[in-house]
Design a binder for this molecule. Structure first.
Ligand code: AMP
Ligand code: GLY
Length: 423
């Protein structure tokens, strides 16, 4: 098969790493990819949101499957673009339809879906410019902290958690009236604050049946002890020690099954990954958010724990035969630590030469923001390299990652030294 993978982060390097291990994969292209994917596949300078350019490439190269890494092409409707084009309709796209991608593209759509399917989630209401004063009154009925969410995609920045009522009301006005997050905040979801520990649940579905992938825990804050600004993710571990069999059963019965049944009941065409952001409150799971793709850096620990051939699974997804497929999981733990550019998630520099990659032993260096530059590998984003290791326990895995990180360097490199501290 000739496969095209869209995206350029650590998630895509991990997916490319797994796809190229499949005997079914004759050739893998990654658009646009990074310096890591360039080593194991062929990078193509195409923007995944330029569907016409994707089409041209797919037809020219006779691509037989497209795997979508990030959310924006999905929210923009790449699945439907293929399905509705006579030349492309037979080429499977791994990722949901535009309708399905609304689960991530619109917080309000997701909340309505959750409520309709009786899936546990925080109580909420949503407001627009015309109802901003009702929104301010609604905030008065809640206990702090206040959770405000821009309805649309806001590059991971659209959620505000505020302690002070007046400040929350002001921010609500900023979002609705002054378009703080542009069009993404023309609608705002206000929800009850849930106090607990977060974890990430990954499901692969063909729209009828599903396979539960390994659970993971992501470390989102920039600072040790989970302090400071939110990032895309500074590290991850899998499995999650506190997700025991009893808790997993609650997740499957209360959340995963009704999610897949809800997609089916609403005739939502969904053939891809569902990433369910969960929070454990007491001993019960609640849904914080849906994403319609894999998580990053969670992919860098979840995919390495997958023993089954991923291309076979993708074929089963495309043919809606996932119920017949077998999912084998590696018993070992996996952990990843993200190396980031100094200053991230605020301003940072690019183009710093990365050294030591050839010395990494017993870990996998998944590239996130990297590119090749005159024979060197240089930084090209805030999150630069995710160092993943296996171990008999998560702390053994993490130790191995830190040992290899000692050999890696770029100017102003930063990473958290406490991944897994709370487990
Ligand atoms: P989201 O983009 O919906 O994942 O929200 C970003 C982050 O805000 C989540 O990862 C949580 O840490 C936090 N968050 C979102 N909703 C809530 C909530 N209802 N209660 C507590 N924390 C929340
Ligand atoms: N690591 C969280 C995400 O991918 O959204």
């Amino acid at each position: 098969m000739k496969i095209l993978l869209l995206g350029s982060g650590g998630r895509e390097h991990a997916l490319a790493w797994k796809i190229t291990q499949s005997p079914k994969c004759d050739m893998l292209f990654v658009a646009p990819g990074n310096a890591g994917t360039a080593i194991i596949a062929t990078n193509v300078a195409i923007n995944p949101n330029d569907f016409d350019a994707v089409k041209k490439w797919v037809l020219a190269e006779q691509i037989t499957m497209v795997v979508v890494g990030p959310e924006d092409p999905l929210v923009n409707g790449i699945y439907d673009f293929f399905k509705n084009d006579t030349e492309l309709a037979d080429i499977p796209v791994i990722g949901p339809s535009k309708h399905g991608a609304e689960l991530e593209g619109s917080k309000e759509f997701a909340k309505k879906f959750l409520v309709k399917n009786n899936i546990p989630t925080a109580a909420y209401d949503s407001f627009t410019k015309d109802t901003v004063e009702q929104g301010c009154k609604f905030l008065e009925t809640l206990q702090p902290p206040y959770v405000l969410k821009a309805d649309g995609l806001a590059a991971g920045k659209g959620v505000l958690i505020l302690q002070d009522l007046k400040e929350a009301q002001q921010e609500l006005r900023n979002m609705l009236v002054d378009a703080k997050f542009g069009n993404a905040s023309s609608k705002v979801v206000i929800e009850e604050f849930l106090d607990g520990i977060e974890l990430s649940c990954f499901v692969l579905t063909d729209g009828k049946s599903y396979k539960l992938l390994p659970m993971a825990k992501d470390y989102k804050r920039i600072g040790e002890g989970d302090t400071g600004l939110n990032t895309g993710g500074m590290g991850a571990v899998s499995p999650v020690p506190f997700a025991d069999a009893e808790f997993m059963q609650k997740i499957e019965e209360r959340i995963v099954k009704p999610t897949i049944a809800g997609l089916q009941n609403d005739a939502i065409d969904y053939k891809g990954f569902v990433f369910i952001g969960l929070i454990k409150v007491g001993n019960d799971p609640f849904v914080i958010e849906y994403n319609v793709r894999m998580g990053d850096p969670e992919t860098e620990v979840v995919i390495p724990r997958l023993k089954s051939d991923i291309v076979t699974l993708f074929e089963a997804v495309a043919n809606q035969k996932l119920d017949e497929a077998v999912l084998e999981i590696d018993e070992r733990s996996a952990a990843t630590v993200m190396l980031v550019a100094g200053g991230y998630p605020e301003g940072y520099e690019k183009g710093k030469v990365i050294t030591g990659l050839d010395k990494v032993e017993g870990s996998i260096a998944f590239h996130a923001g990297t590119k090749q530059d005159n024979g060197a590998i240089v930084t090209n984003g805030g999150r630069v390299i995710a160092v993943t290791s296996y171990g008999d326990s998560w702390d053994e895995a993490i130790k191995k990652s830190y040992q290899n990180i000692d050999k890696l360097h770029f100017d102003k490199m930063y990473f958290r030294k406490d991944i897994g501290f709370d487990l």
